[in-house]
Design a protein around this ligand. Structure first.
Ligand SMILES: Nc1nc2c(ncn2[C@@H]2O[C@H](COP(=O)(O)OP(=O)(O)OP(=O)(O)O)[C@@H](O)[C@H]2O)c(=O)[nH]1
Ligand SMILES: [Mg+2]
Length: 314
C-alpha cells in the first residue's frame, strides 16, 4: 500500500478522509503521527448532534439539513453512529441509500460508524472522526446517533448544539424524560407530524420543559416537521442558526467547547490507563484470583489491591 499522506485530508480528498477514519476505527497506531496536526485544523467547525429513537427520521432530517447548508454554501460532514450496530464504514444501509445522492459532491461526506464490539471508545472515535471531517474543511459536522441513553449522551457531548428528534408515538419517552436528556437538548423536533398526535406531544413536551427549566436558562424550542416532504424544515433550519448565533454571542458555545475539551482529556486518561492496565498477564491474574474465590464474601477491594499492586504507568 502507498504511504498515506495525511495532508490530503486538508485538501478535502475524500479518499484520504476515508482512510484516516478507518485508522481511527481500527485503532491503527500510525494515526498517532499526524493526529495532532489534524486536531489543530479542526476547531473552527460547527458540530451539531442529532439524536432520537430508532426510525424517528433522523437521517431523513439530516438529508434535509444538508440541503439547507449547501444552499448557504456550507459544506457538511456527517457521522452516523449506531452504538448497537456492529457495522461501520458506511454500511448502515438505510443511511447510505438515502444519502447516496451526494456521493459525487465534494461538499458532503457521510460516514456510518457502528460498535465493533470494543466496549467504550466509540464516543472518542466519533469525536476524532469529527475532527478529521473538520480538518478537511467541512463547515459543519453533524453527528447522528440512535437512541437517547448514556452512550448517546457521551456522543452528543461532542456537539456544540444538540437536537433531539421525537415522533408523535414517543409519548412514553416524553413521560420518562429525565432532566439529563432535557439538559442535553437545545431543541426538540417532533418529526412525522403528518401522523396524528403531533400537536399533543408538542404541547406535553413544552409543558414539561417549562416545568423543568431553571430561571434564565435557555428553554429548548419544540418544533414539528415532516422531514419526508421537507415541511417545516426551513423554519427549523432558521431556528437552529438563530440559536447557534445566540450561543456564540453569549459565550455558551465557548464554554461548551472548553468543557468538551476537559472531558476529552479525562476520557483519554481513563482509556489509556485501562488499556495499559488490562494486559494479558493481568487478565490472567484476574482470572486466577477470581477462579479460586467461590463466594462473594471476599471484599472486592482486596482483589483490586492485589491486581494493581505492581501497576506502573508508562
Ligand atoms: N410519515 C413519515 N415518515 C417519515 C418522515 N420522516 C421519515 N420518515 C420515514 O421513517 C423511516 C425512518 O426514517 P430514517 O430517516 O431512516 O430514520 P432514522 O431515525 O435515521 O432511523 P435509524 O437511523 O435507523 O434510527 C423511513 O421509512 C422514512 O421514510 C415523516 O416526516 N413522516
Ligand atoms: Mg438513521
Amino acid at each position: 500500500m502507498n504511504k498515506f499522506d495525511y495532508k490530503n485530508i486538508f485538501k478535502n480528498k475524500h479518499v484520504a478522509i476515508s482512510r484516516a477514519i478507518s485508522m481511527v476505527e481500527n485503532n491503527e497506531p500510525e494515526i498517532v503521527h499526524f493526529y495532532n496536526e489534524i486536531y489543530k485544523e479542526s476547531n473552527s467547525t460547527l458540530r451539531i448532534g442529532i439524536t432520537g429513537p430508532p426510525g424517528a427520521g433522523k437521517s431523513t432530517l439530516v438529508d434535509q439539513l444538508i440541503s439547507c447548508f449547501l444552499s448557504k454554501k456550507k459544506s457538511v460532514g456527517v457521522v452516523a453512529i449506531d452504538p448497537s450496530s456492529p457495522f461501520s464504514g458506511g454500511a448502515l444501509l438505510g443511511d447510505r441509500v438515502r444519502m447516496s445522492k451526494y456521493s459525487d459532491n465534494d461538499d458532503v461526506y457521510i460516514r456510518s460508524m457502528g460498535n465493533r464490539g470494543d466496549l467504550g471508545g466509540l464516543s472518542r472515535k466519533a469525536q476524532e472522526v469529527g475532527d478529521i471531517l473538520a480538518a478537511s474543511g467541512k463547515d459543519v459536522v453533524i453527528f447522528e446517533t440512535v437512541g437517547v441513553g448514556q452512550a448517546e449522551h457521551d456522543i452528543v457531548n461532542a456537539a456544540d448544539y444538540t437536537a433531539v428528534v421525537l415522533v408523535p408515538e414517543s409519548g412514553d419517552e416524553v413521560q420518562l424524560m429525565k432532566a439529563g436528556i432535557i439538559e442535553i437538548a437545545d431543541i426538540f423536533i417532533i418529526n412525522k407530524s403528518d401522523r396524528p398526535g403531533s400537536k399533543r406531544i408538542e404541547r406535553t413536551l413544552t409543558d414539561i420543559l417549562h416545568s423543568f427549566s431553571k430561571e434564565d436558562s435557555h428553554i429548548p424550542e419544540v418544533m414539528s416537521v415532516t422531514a419526508s416532504i421537507g415541511k417545516g424544515v426551513k423554519e427549523l433550519f432558521a431556528k437552529i442558526l438563530d440559536d447557534i448565533d445566540l450561543f456564540e454571542k453569549n459565550s455558551k458555545l465557548k464554554k461548551r467547547r472548553l468543557n468538551r475539551y476537559k472531558n476529552r482529556i479525562k476520557s483519554l486518561i481513563s482509556e489509556k490507563l485501562e488499556n495499559e492496565f488490562w494486559i494479558k498477564e493481568r487478565e490472567d491474574l484476574f482470572k486466577n484470583i477470581t477462579s479460586s474465590i467461590n463466594s462473594v464474601d471476599t471484599p472486592p477491594n482486596s482483589v483490586v489491591k492485589q491486581l494493581i499492586s505492581n501497576f506502573k504507568i508508562k
